[in-house]
Design a protein around this ligand. Sequence first.
Ligand SMILES: NC(=O)c1ccc[n+]([C@@H]2O[C@H](COP(=O)([O-])OP(=O)(O)OC[C@H]3O[C@@H](n4cnc5c(N)ncnc54)[C@H](OP(=O)(O)O)[C@@H]3O)[C@@H](O)[C@H]2O)c1
Length: 170
Amino acid sequence: MNPLRRSSTRINMQITAILAMDSSLLIWSKNGLPWHIPEDMKRFKEFTTGGIVVMGRNTYLSLPERFRPLPNRRNIVITRTEIDGVECYSSIELFISAMQKKTVEQVWLIGWASLYDQFFARGLVDRVELTLLDWEHEWDIRVSEFCSDFHEISSTEFSQGRFITLVRNS
Ligand SMILES: NC(=O)c1ccc[n+]([C@@H]2O[C@H](COP(=O)([O-])OP(=O)(O)OC[C@H]3O[C@@H](n4cnc5c(N)ncnc54)[C@H](OP(=O)(O)O)[C@@H]3O)[C@@H](O)[C@H]2O)c1
């Protein structure tokens, strides 16, 4: 078993992945979002404002400059390349250990593909706030087949698809 696999004694915080994808588990890889869905932006903001967001270096650098760092949130970047003025950790292990020292309760994992995959593969994600878009797009990066490890606890339809909350199977 991966030594970082979640167990109640070792990792006490909740890690929630927030992501949008289509029904074939594809996410968009190019910089910037391929849509402008105010409901989705609003939801992202409501969830994450005041909290801790963790992301890979490409995601951080893909944020428009006026939103970088994301305002009113503690921004954390996983990277082996320090970014001036940004709280960075050179591995997921170091990030988890730093969060544990300060008894952090909740972290939002905001991407991108490589980080989603690593967090899912290690069983580190407790909850997923998913925007499942019901339209086809030229999305090209497949995220891990995480769905079978989770079950849906709520779902709300909106104009472009569904907002779904999933929690890890116990
Ligand atoms: N559509 C969108 O909204 C959106 C958003 C974000 C990204 N993207 C795009 O999605 C594509 C794929 O992005 P990605 O998955 O490569 O992005 P990512 O996860 O945001 O960033 C990857 C980088 O994060 C660091 N990293 C990842 N895992 C690490 C680990 N275990 N330890 C230390 N550092 C780690 C590495 O940075 P270092 O090389 O510095 O070590 C790695 O190069 C890119 O083209 C990106 O621009 C799109």
